[in-house]
Write a protein that binds this ligand. Structure first.
Ligand SMILES: Cc1ncc(COP(=O)(O)O)c(C=O)c1O
Length: 416
């Protein structure tokens, strides 16, 4: 019977996301493979107060069917906040509340992509977006990343060769998985190219407020005059992922279409959570809450960079982000980070990372991996990096053992 599944279910079973959670760690395990915010930072009591308060204020009515777009009051608060923190001019009626950023990614794929439609993506890029888009069977074009964001010249060359590219997906702030941030200049050039070659930009920004050095840059959407930038964000990293709340702002036509697609998917997001977050933002200063997160994440980032600087061999390169949750590591050409994880790093060092292959549209680069620092205490970070480098150093000096069958090179320009 199972051979009757639709094509997209077969694509899903290839399991981009499944590869994220592989590997068994024992009690002494140190998990650099997660992408989680620190649960100790969650304002659980204050969210409880907000939930009780909306239950008390609204009663039964809260549990009736509501509107698919979510409460006007929360959308108004988000519109004001986006104006203040991202320079985006928007309004409540141009916002759709979604079940996390992930649902918004899926809805945008559903809205724009027919099989074979051409999509440009960063190489590497967020695996959850690739998993969502895969279902719609696009043709991907990889755009390399420099340390100031995607290679705009390469994008322009690709657009000249493939002028029908319909969508460019980017995580411009503290990118997952590399931590890289796109410069302002590139943000502006990207919008100019989108105007010239007539494509949509999907700007995915769950980490934009988690800037540990200086302020976040203006959003790409802030340079959009033609309504071609679809901006997605989420409460997952700045508040709590279990809320399952994200949002999209885009032109009224796009938001209206996304609303229709969401309606066929789940009718609406859970009203209790939407009302509670609305109340939370009225009675608490979200920006103050975010500010309280930054010192601890910054310390974890610095601890990891210092440990890598001190211990990693010079042949191993890594990014130096100034925000977000991740550092991206590139081993010398030809090493296979997935085999090394399974055969050496997990069994001998009891440390996990995410092998980089899943983050590439074509899963064709094997010598990279992602380290998460936000979910690990500083002392554990030092222990984990020590254990990791202790097993990597001897292995890298015997280059034949873990070479990939077909050597491939990382496309990210890192600095050590
Ligand atoms: C770049 C990016 N986009 C979207 C998401 C989806 O997050 P959520 O659905 O929890 O909002 C994540 C989560 O890790 C992410 O890193």
């Amino acid at each position: 019977m199972d051979n009757q599944f639709a094509q997209r279910a077969t694509i899903g079973s290839e399991g981009r996301l499944a590869q994220l959670f592989g590997g068994q760690l024992g009690n002494q395990g140190i998990k650099f493979s997660a992408g989680n915010p620190d649960p100790n930072s969650f304002p659980t009591d204050r969210m409880g107060t907000a939930i009780n308060s909306v239950l008390h204020q609204t009663g039964n009515q809260l549990f009736e069917y509501q509107t698919v777009v979510g409460p006007n009051s929360l959308r108004t608060q988000l519109a004001k906040r986006m104006e203040k923190t991202a320079d985006i001019a928007t309004s409540a009626d141009q916002i759709l509340l979604t079940a996390g950023g992930q649902q918004a990614l899926d809805l945008v794929g559903k809205l724009l992509l027919n099989p074979g439609d051409e999509v440009a993506v960063e190489a590497p890029t967020y695996v959850g977006a690739l998993a969502a888009f895969d279902q719609y069977e696009p043709t991907y074009y990889d755009i390399e990343l420099a340390d100031d964001g995607l290679d705009i010249d390469q994008l322009e060359r690709t657009l000249r060769q493939h002028p029908h590219i319909k969508l460019l997906y980017t995580v411009p702030d503290f990118h997952n998985p590399t931590g890289i941030t796109m410069s302002i200049d590139k943000r502006q050039r990207l919008v100019q190219l989108a105007d010239q070659y007539d494509f949509y930009i999907l700007e995915d920004t769950p980490y934009r407020d988690l800037s540990y050095v200086g302020s976040p840059l203006p959003a790409i959407k802030s340079f959009d005059r033609a309504g071609r930038v679809i901006f997605i964000s989420s409460f997952s990293k700045i508040l709590m992922p279990g809320l399952r709340l994200g949002w999209v702002t885009a032109s009224p036509t796009i938001v209206n279409k996304l609303r229709q697609l969401k309606e066929t998917n789940d009718l609406e997001s859970p009203a209790l959570m939407l009302a509670a977050v609305d109340e939370f933002m009225k009675t608490n200063d979200l920006d103050h809450h975010i500010a309280t997160l930054l010192p601890s994440y910054h310390q974890r980032l610095t601890t990891m960079i210092d440990a890598l600087d001190e211990m990693m061999p010079k042949s191993v390169h890594f990014t130096r982000p100034t925000g977000g949750f991740f550092i991206w590591v590139t081993l010398p050409t030809g090493f296979n980070a997935a085999d090394i994880l399974d055969q050496v790093v997990i069994p001998q060092a009891q440390v996990s990372y995410v092998p980089g292959r899943v983050f590439y549209a074509h899963q064709n680069v094997t010598n990279t991996f992602r380290l998460n620092f936000s979910g690990v205490e500083p002392t554990e970070i030092i222990t984990g990096v020590t254990r990791l480098t202790n097993v990597l150093i001897p292995l890298l000096s015997q280059p034949t053992t873990f070479k990939a069958a077909a050597p491939v090179k990382s496309t990210v320009q890192n600095h050590h």
